[in-house]
Design a binder for this molecule. Structure first.
Ligand code: GDP
Ligand code: MG
Length: 442
């Protein structure tokens, strides 16, 4: 694919057709059910694209009772038809990528995949540095998955990084690796007082082998997607994590190390921000959080335990029990604003079945103030007390409701939805009432 762009401009022909670009992003702390919503749209997509993050993400998709757990390859891969794309904004652990390709093959899917030549590569020293960093950051550590994500992004900014293209160009790779290795070894051993059990030679040989395996997938993603756009193809962008984990707009430093917002699709794939038609924010009807940080609406009682068990709130990547809280509209309001959401997919409504009274946070009380927008101040956020509004629960969702449609939903669910829409000024257009592909109402 890469060579096909040689000797000709990106778009050698003329007419541009109306293309459809949809972005799906998390509006909370991740794990909102983006994998399921992406999968739902993937059937109509020609391309499904990841634009940030790495194998720290975890998406679960269930198709015909078969469970797929994906960390790096877009969830749309399960559909078979769309081309899966890993953009330059993603950081790639080549070993994890090779394993995931094998995992899919074992499940009967031979992934159609391209990976950006410009995507940065997670090296063994990034993984080693990650755990040393968490020790150093102590109470301000975000609760890293120790996959090397923060160090690889830092190396990119230091301009010590290795990119996918380098893995198939041994001389340049060696040049860059010598520099990156020394720097990171120095950090790990001299600055953080831990040891690095790898040699340059060993890393070089291993990664050149990875390069040989991955070479057929490496491509100029920006040009590929530009051509697709010009040809009227449908492109679906799949976010990982969620708004409050965005390194700029989230609860810094309790964030991930990439921009999770929809605005990042441009930088993370080389597709112009002007081209997007729909931006869907995925909102879970309550919230869950993996990792540290204050969590104003956290539930530490039986209701929280009930929701955790009912919703299977254990990390896809780490298996850690997720912290649970009531829906926080201060958080969702920010996601609507920053992402420019055109609509919301509200997920896991079934998990709130049979709870008599549902609480929803619409503001924070901080000292004598009420605030409606996410504060930058960690002091404010730490002191934030949720201002709740109470809504009536709905008992059970009727059986096979996805066949019967929205009108047959209990009145209390409809009230819950319109309450949310009014408070955040964004339409809810998709409801998810179970993990399976068909358990969805438009
Ligand atoms: P992601 O990271 O946003 O893609 O979400 P995860 O896959 O980490 O977590 C969402 C989990 O909830 C997965 O296990 C899904 O199968 C499941 N799920 C998604 N939507 C629903 C739903 O509407 N109801 C229920 N009960 N489970 C759901
Ligand atoms: Mg997840």
């Amino acid at each position: 694919i890469r060579d096909s762009f040689r000797g000709q401009p990106a778009v050698p022909y003329v007419k541009s057709v109306q293309s459809k670009i949809t972005t799906i992003v998390g509006a909370q702390w991740g794990d909102e059910g983006k994998g399921k919503i992406t999968d739902f749209f993937a059937g109509k997509a020609d391309y499904v694209v990841r634009f940030h993050g790495g194998n720290n993400a975890g998406h679960t998709v269930i198709v015909d009772g078969k469970v797929f757990k994906l960390h790096l390859i877009p969830s749309g891969v399960i559909y078979g038809d769309p081309l899966s794309v890993i953009g330059n904004g993603v950081v790639v652990d080549p070993k994890a990528l090779i394993n995931e390709i094998e995992y899919l093959k074992e499940k009967g899917i031979n992934p159609r995949l391209i990976v950006s030549d410009r995507a940065h590569v997670i090296m063994p020293y990034h993984i080693a540095l990650d755990s040393a960093l968490s020790d150093h950051q102590k109470d301000l550590a975000a609760g890293s998955t120790n996959r090397g994500i923060a160090p690889v992004y830092a190396d990119k900014m230091y301009r010590n990084g290795i990119r996918m293209i380098d893995l198939i160009e041994p001389d340049v790779f060696r040049e860059k690796l010598d520099k990156g290795f020394d720097f990171n070894k120095g950090l790990i051993e001299n600055a953080l007082g831990q040891s690095l059990d790898h040699t340059v030679e060993e890393i070089f040989n291993t990664y050149i082998d990875y390069g040989k395996i991955l070479k057929p997938y490496i491509s100029d993603v920006s040009v590929e997607l530009f051509n697709a756009y010009k040809n009227g193809k449908n492109i679906l962008f799949e976010g990982a994590q969620g708004m409050s984990l965005d390194v700029d707009h989230g609860i810094y430093p309790y964030t991930t190390s990439s921009n999770t917002g929809a605005g990042h699709i441009s930088i993370g794939t080389g597709v112009s921000f002007k081209s997007v038609n729909r931006t869907i924010g995925v909102v879970k009807a309550y919230l869950s959080r993996v990792g540290e940080s204050p969590l104003p609406t956290e539930l530490k009682d039986e209701t929280g335990d009930h929701i955790r068990e009912n919703g299977g709130e254990y990390g896809t990547t780490t298996g850690r029990p997720r912290r649970i809280g009531w829906l926080d509209l201060v958080q969702v309001r920010q996601a609507v604003r920053v992402n420019g959401l055109t609509e919301i997919a509200l997920t896991k409504l079934d998990v709130l079945n049979n709870i008599d009274e549902l609480l929803v946070c619409n503001a924070y009380e901080v000292g004598s103030d009420e605030i409606y927008e996410m504060p930058a101040s960690l002091t404010d956020y730490r002191n934030a007390k949720p201002v709740y509004e109470k809504l009536k629960g709905w008992g059970e969702i009727p059986d096979n409701i996805w066949d019967k449609g929205f009108d047959k939903l209990p009145k209390e669910i409809k009230d819950y939805i319109s309450f949310i829409e009014k408070r955040i000024e964004c339409r809810v257009t998709i409801l998810s009432v179970g993990p399976q592909r068909h358990e969805t109402i438009i």
